[in-house]
Design a protein around this ligand. Structure first.
Ligand SMILES: C[S@@+](CC[C@H](N)C(=O)[O-])C[C@H]1O[C@@H](n2cnc3c(N)ncnc32)[C@H](O)[C@@H]1O
Length: 372
């Protein structure tokens, strides 16, 4: 056939190469999964001694707790389920497996029928898998911890972020839907809260928040830190007062509501609340001492009065290269004073070559990476 008669739509094309190829590696004492990336680097999804790794992972993430439901991102060959068995846990597991090519190896490694037949294991395949049916079947009363396979967290952060977003979507319409005000306790969009939880989980230095209100973003940060099993300090700065006119989230005592919201979720011990302004000498001393002890800031979240430049001037000198910046009120409907000053502060930073923009998300929250 001459090419002249061939319509472009029928030209046979090779399938696009898969960005990650998964196969089984049985050379060590225990089988593991191997992920080969498009750049030809290889990542093993379990450690050489995967049972020890899974035990340590659960000890760090769950501590002494025994939650009835657990979300796992990165099921791999299922060593984490055996670690739960060894702990005597009866938890139901909702597993997001971003690499479905590993699932046949998971099923072949041992008999999981005690898990699957009793409805204690639900698997969502693919980084953007639809977990709504599984979530609805479990219907947890309180938000379960989200445990991320350590190798996945290190090597595939964006894949983990996709799974977190899939989890947020799976919750839509349920009693833990992050779109409902009672659950999110925040003025921020659910996708932004999910991103904040993800960034907090990955933060290697202290987390500083200015403007917590009743704790929506603070809850997300504290969950991220708790579930990854780190002790990353979180300092949240809130001037307090009352906001009775707020249409969805009125508060007669902002700091009291913030403390209450953290306490009922068991997250209060992860957060140091400074009741006052971001300019207070006491909190500047606290942040300076925290940075001296734990290293530079890894996540800076500004959602206060729009005077972003003031808080950039105060806190950016303590931020690490690559620190995640989350700045709300970048965009707003209508001409909004806060948005103008926020855009100016952010733009100045970008123009100076000191920030890489990750874009504007949700209801108008800018995110970026700091490059001093
Ligand atoms: C938009 S709300 C924060 C919303 C919150 N991030 C959330 O997830 O819903 C702004 C908060 O910043 C606080 N605030 C304003 N200026 C401040 C400042 N200079 N220092 C500390 N807190 C401030 C206000 O009291 C208010 O609670």
């Amino acid at each position: 056939m001459s090419t002249a008669t061939m319509s472009p739509s029928v030209v046979p094309s090779r399938p696009a190469p898969r960005p990650v190829v998964i196969d089984l590696d049985s050379r060590g004492p225990w089988p593991t999964l191997r992920a080969r990336k498009a750049d030809n680097t290889t990542v093993w999804l379990h450690a050489y001694q995967p049972h020890d790794e899974a035990d340590q992972w659960l000890t760090a993430s769950l501590r002494e707790t025994d939650p009835p439901v657990i979300v796992v991102i990165g099921l791999g060959l299922g060593y984490v389920l055996e670690a739960l068995e060894r702990r005597g846990s009866r938890a139901t597991v909702l597993a997001f497996e971003p690499f479905p090519d590993g699932l046949p190896h998971f099923h072949a490694r041992r008999d999981w029928s005690a898990w699957t037949d009793s409805g204690r294991l639900h698997i969502v395949a693919g980084a953007d898998g639809d977990g709504a049916a599984a979530w609805a079947a479990i219907d947890p009363e309180v938000m379960p911890p989200v445990l991320v396979n350590p190798s996945l967290a290190r090597a595939f952060s964006s894949v983990v972020a996709s799974c977190r977003m899939a989890l947020t979507r799976a919750r839509f319409g349920s009693r833990l839907d992050l779109q409902t005000v009672e659950v999110k306790q925040s003025m921020l969009h659910p996708a932004v809260l999910t991103a904040i939880e993800h960034f907090a989980a990955g933060a290697t230095g202290p987390i500083i928040e200015v403007g917590a209100y009743v704790g929506g973003a603070t809850i997300a940060m504290a969950r991220g830190v708790r579930d990854v099993g780190r002790t990353t300090p979180i300092i949240t700065i809130e001037r307090g007062g009352a906001y009775l006119e707020h249409p969805q989230l009125p508060s007669a005592d902002i700091c009291a509501d913030l403390e209450h919201n953290l306490k009922v979720r068991g997250l209060d011990t992860f957060v140091h609340l400074h009741r006052g302004l971001s300019t207070d000498a006491a909190v500047l001393d606290l942040v300076r001492d925290t940075v001296a002890a734990h290293g530079p800031i890894g996540l800076l979240c500004l959602d206060a009065d729009g005077l972003v430049q003031r808080d950039f001037d105060l806190y950016l000198p303590w931020c690490a290269a690559g620190c995640v910046l989350v700045v709300d009120d970048y965009a707003a409907t209508g001409l909004h004073e806060k948005a103008l000053s926020t855009q100016q502060g952010v733009q100045r930073l970008i123009d100076a070559g000191k920030a890489f923009s990750l874009g504007v998300h949700g209801y108008g929250t800018w995110m970026g990476l700091y490059h001093p």
